[in-house]
Design a protein around this ligand. Structure first.
Ligand SMILES: *Cc1c(COP(=O)(O)O)cnc(C)c1O
Length: 450
């Protein structure tokens, strides 16, 4: 195995080594995904290419379900990777969406409307109407204007709209690498305002208030922090039930379950999740205000991230003033997160390997870059790839969540990569590769105008 994610001096095994051993495999020095050799997949579907392993995604879901042991249902937050929504919906879980288009994706993926939730700080009238008319299971209210807007749409459509209040928890309940609660935020209502918000929602006869939604932070690797947030969610649920004077029917504890990306990252300890969930389940069972509520968690990254590999082909290897560069056909336009430009303060490398030269002797200090005309397009800053040549493949592991779905695919107008799913040895093309085309017409032949 190569020492691929860290300087050559770092001790092995690297995160990439561990992931390959645990989740993938290698045959004659070539990475396999779901038992299939990535060289063959790339030859059939071209590069760059996203490959997803169905068994890995299902395995993540089953491991989480086992740890929760009935404490909460699992919903999948589809913005992490819409391409995996049909696979996960087929396992019987609900879907969490963040736009009208995602609602349509979720329906097309096979989720019943009643098992779809809609959250987001600036939902529009058209997408709300689409979701409400379509019978969505619950809308998470995030502003006073939205309370009025949803009530108004419900009235017009003659529907009672199932809603929950999205709460931005107080700082004491915080944790996670990318905090989304506890400080000023556009998401939800500050918990300090809960009484006022509950009054406003209750004043709308067309809104059926079931409970609350709490989502405080993403990429949480410390299971104790996660459980503490869930506990705080139950505290808030108790408070809300007290304010309403009736039991809650819905408590959404959010997503945020993390996965390791960088050398030194730990793995979310599902044993701690299991013990915490059992403890909280006992508390819920003992509480008349909470025991009839449907509890759920809504992870995206945890389910999808480990199941995806982003493959790119080497185009050239060059040296500039002593620095070795491997230039590939893939980069930040498809895998922004791996380039470190998706909000990371410190740009650290994702697990990245020479997928057709596993086991090759590492050469220290190699940067792996994409084809875009910007130094931001760097997907490996301090790798130790072995000797590679044009045509070799580089694989970015942990690419199944917030890969393609969060990348600036329009930048430099490259075609979209194909996305393929490997399931029990069979390959399904989820998205065919795009083609070269000029997407906009020129001024001599305009599409239209006022
Ligand atoms: C994005 C999002 C999630 C999923 O977050 P992960 O960190 O990927 O688990 C869950 N809930 C809401 C409301 C979100 O916006």
């Amino acid at each position: 195995m190569t020492a691929a994610t860290a300087p050559a001096s770092a001790p092995s095994p690297t995160l990439a080594d561990r992931l390959i051993a645990a989740q993938f495999g290698a045959r004659d020095g070539v990475l396999t995904v779901g038992g299939l050799d990535v060289r063959t997949l790339a030859a059939h579907h071209g590069t760059p290419l996203y490959v997803y392993d169905a068994a890995l995604a299902r395995g993540r879901l089953n491991a989480l379900r086992a740890a929760l042991d009935g404490f909460a249902e699992v919903y999948y937050s589809i913005k992490a990777n819409p391409a995996l929504a049909p696979l996960l919906a087929a396992e019987g879980i609900g879907l969490e969406v963040a736009s009208g288009a995602e609602f349509l994706l979720a329906r097309a993926a096979g989720a019943p409307a009643g098992r779809i939730l809609f959250a987001g700080p600036g939902k529009g009238a058209a997408e709300l109407e689409l979701a409400i008319a379509g019978g969505i299971g619950e809308i998470h209210l995030e502003s006073f204007d939205e309370i009025a807007l949803v009530a108004d749409i419900g009235r017009r459509l003659g529907r009672q709209v199932p809603v929950s209040i999205r709460v931005n928890p107080a700082p004491a309940a915080q944790g996670g690498a990318m905090r989304m609660g506890g400080k000023p935020t556009a998401f939800g209502f500050d918990e300090e305002m809960l009484a006022e918000v509950a009054t406003a929602v209750e004043a709308e006869p067309g809104l059926a208030l079931g409970g609350l939604h709490l989502f405080a932070g993403t990429q949480i690797l410390d299971a104790a922090v996660l459980v503490a947030q869930w506990r705080h969610g139950l505290d808030l649920a108790d408070r809300l039930a007290g304010l309403l004077g009736r039991p809650l029917t819905s408590i959404d504890l959010g997503g945020g379950l993390g996965i390791p990306y960088h050398a030194g990252d730990g793995t979310l300890d599902l044993e701690i999740v299991r013990a915490g969930a059992a403890d909280l389940a006992a508390r819920v069972a003992a509480s008349p205000a909470l025991r009839d509520a449907r509890l759920l968690v809504e992870p995206g990254r945890f389910l999808a991230g480990p199941a995806g590999v982003y493959l790119a082909a080497v185009r050239t290897v060059k040296t500039s003033r002593g620095q070795r560069f491997v230039v590939t056909d893939g980069g930040m336009h498809h895998q922004l997160a791996a380039s470190g430009n998706l909000g990371q303060v410190i740009k650290r490398d994702f697990p990245l390997v020479a997928a057709t030269r596993l086991g090759g002797a590492p050469i220290g200090d190699t940067q792996v870059v994409g084809p875009l005309c910007t130094p931001l397009d760097t997907i490996g800053r301090q790798t130790a790839l072995p000797e590679v040549a044009p045509g070799d493949l580089v694989a970015v592991l942990q690419s199944g969540a917030y890969g393609l779905s969060s990348s600036p695919v329009g930048f430099l107008s490259h075609p979209m990569p194909a996305e393929v799913l490997v399931d029990d040895g069979h390959v399904t093309v989820l998205r065919p590769a795009g083609r070269f085309e000029a997407p906009l017409v020129n001024l001599a032949a305009p599409i239209g105008g006022l």
